[in-house]
Design a protein around this ligand. Sequence first.
Ligand code: NDP
Length: 453
Amino acid sequence: MDFDLFVIGGGSAGVRSARIAAGYGARVGVAEERFWGGTCVNIGCVPKKFMVMAAEYGAQADDAAGFGWNITKGGHDWSQLIKAKDKEISRLNGIYQRLLGTAGATIFEARASFIDAHTLDVGGQRVTAERIIIATGGHPTRLDIPGAELGIVSDDVFYLPNMPKRIAIIGSGYIAVEFAGVFAGLGAETHLIYRQPLPLRGFDADLRASLAEQMAGNGVILHAGNTPVSITADGAARRVALADGQVLDVDVVFFATGRAANVKGLNLQAAGVKTKPSGAVIVDETLLTTAPNIYAIGDVTDRLNLTPVATAEGHAVADTLFGNKPRKVSLENVPTAVFSIPPIATVGITEEQAPPGAKIFVTKFKPMRHQLSGRQRISLMKLVVDAATDQVLGVHMLGEDAPEIIQGMAVAVIAGATKADFDRTIGIHPTAAEEFVTLRTQTRVAGAAIAAE
Ligand code: NDP
């Protein structure tokens, strides 16, 4: 065999597995056809967060007046933002590639496809490997409606030549909600079109309701319970017809309607690797596919499509195969954040998922900053506590700094902290986070809010 391990895909999952395996002394090859660092670094988490920050600066400039600053806000320069973002992304690309080189992996800037379970065609070259990891990620999908090709997806949004003056975003998952904040914050007329009554299906209901209110307060035009039926072009402009008969005239239509696994052209059947009807590669809890020497990690398996999960999986497979440290990655209590404005972050179960009788603690308040800024902003924090064991089963927050705060809370939840542990923790004052350790009065039992609706 040419290699002990061959990794297909140089994203977060693939790079981590290759680097760790090479560190254990394995002979490792990695193929990447597009860009090192994959979705997260190039067309996902990283550039998205820069854009969210750009949007937040505008509001912060307005807020500063409440603190005595006399700031005259000029216009926003979209091309300057894209240029600065591109410069940083290419720096990160370099780091990812260098990490692999330093670890001793052999790099192929080419596409790979299976010839059989141990043989790959890598850019026309025949390569053999004892074990193979599929880490090819996913891609955004459009709805199947007439004119769908006239819309963009998240791959394109980072390279728009101009900032749209009017945008219609379809969906209300992570990407839709995050970019609604970006475009509204940068001054676009922003429409969010989604089929649910509230955005972010699956998140805690109180957070969803509160986020919808605050997005509306930020100027996002919410089209709840609606869906697009067609898109037509009028020169560069786009016209979106909605199911309820409304018509929206915009510059850009943005599909943020989910993602699908990148398996096209891999020739998986030649290797005996089976997929779900959606195309996602089927894996067991050790991330082994239906072929005995082939693993799949990250978004190509379409389970919990988050970068830190993908890197953890890459690390675990490398440890298991080459480090003599067999281990699995638990998908329980994975903390997650939505970088909406304001952001949401959460770990553990929601109130809707709580066992009967679970204790619910909720607080809703105007953050200190906005007492002076005058901005209509609220933060909402919630604990879900098991009535029998006193264990904290869920921690949820909507509000500024939520992702930074919940990361620490996740350690407590993973460690099995009880409400009594939270109560005996001294707060840091004055912060929003201290509310989590000063929630003395139970708000209700789980299900009461839902029953009252
Ligand atoms: P999501 O799966 O989160 O959301 C998809 C959205 O599209 C939902 O609102 C869904 O509605 C809607 N939708 C799907 N099909 C249809 C349809 N036929 N008609 C109308 N609406 C439809 O996908 P995203 O594209 O937002 O993001 C993909 C994934 O990437 C996320 O789930 C997440 O795992 C990851 N991600 C993580 C981020 C983070 O950690 N901050 C940021 C961005 C992405 P409904 O709810 O009704 O199904």
